[in-house]
Design a protein around this ligand. Structure first.
Ligand SMILES: [Zn+2]
Length: 208
């Protein structure tokens, strides 16, 4: 059994200083860290908040993802793929079930399809010229409607390896939108070819 929230907090506090700040450690010491340790300090630990505040879309009747089921660059009968704009890395895509599911309550049929689609999307992103890797994330602390992130890591930019990539993405200047849009279209076309589906949502009604 995991530590209770108060036990976990006390456990963490025991390693902190008088201001409840943990020492810099591990990731900040990596040579791919976007921050130099000199001058950097850790935020004071805050006590647990229970019950946790509701995530966006806990109530399906007030869920943006459900409202936006017609938006995206690729669709099939169960899923849609969108491009996230205003990012710093070459391409950020997001895969969403059309219907309101979180990951833990995804029906097995959709879970199996998620595995196949995730694999195909990674394959097609990594086939883009000058892209070395597609990083995949599911976090789910902000929105209740499942959404899987795909981050394209630019070739040769070895500082962007690993789990700091989303932080680098936030620091980098906005990537040229026209280039990202064209690359997203290549991925979506390749996904139609390899996994079926279509580029427009409106074909759903006609069964196309
Ligand atoms: Zn929803």
């Amino acid at each position: 059994m995991a530590l209770r929230p108060d036990e976990f907090y006390d456990h963490a506090l025991a390693a902190s200083d008088a201001e409840r700040r943990l020492p810099l450690a591990r990731m900040t010491g990596w040579d791919i860290s976007p921050f130099e340790e000199d001058g950097l300090r850790v935020s004071p630990l805050r006590p647990p908040v229970l019950p946790e505040p509701a995530r966006h879309g806990e109530d399906p009747s007030d869920c943006d993802s459900c409202r936006r089921r017609g938006e995206g660059i690729w669709f099939n009968d169960n899923w849609r793929l969108t491009r996230i704009t205003g990012v710093g890395v070459p391409l950020v895509l997001m895969l969403h079930p059309l219907d309101h599911h979180d990951m833990a309550d995804l029906p097995d049929e959709l879970a199996a399809e998620l595995g196949v689609l995730t694999t195909h999307i990674v394959r097609h992103v990594q086939a883009l010229e000058h892209i070395s890797r597609a990083h995949v994330y599911r976090i789910g602390d902000g929105g209740a409607h499942l959404h899987i992130w795909f981050f394209a890591r630019p070739a040769g930019q070895a500082q962007l390896y690993g789990s700091w990539l989303p932080v680098w993405d936030d620091l980098l200047p906005e990537y040229p939108a026209d280039v990202a849009e064209a690359d997203a279209a290549l991925v979506a076309d390749a996904l139609v070819a390899s996994a079926g589906g279509r580029r427009r949502a409106d074909a759903e009604a006609s069964g196309g």
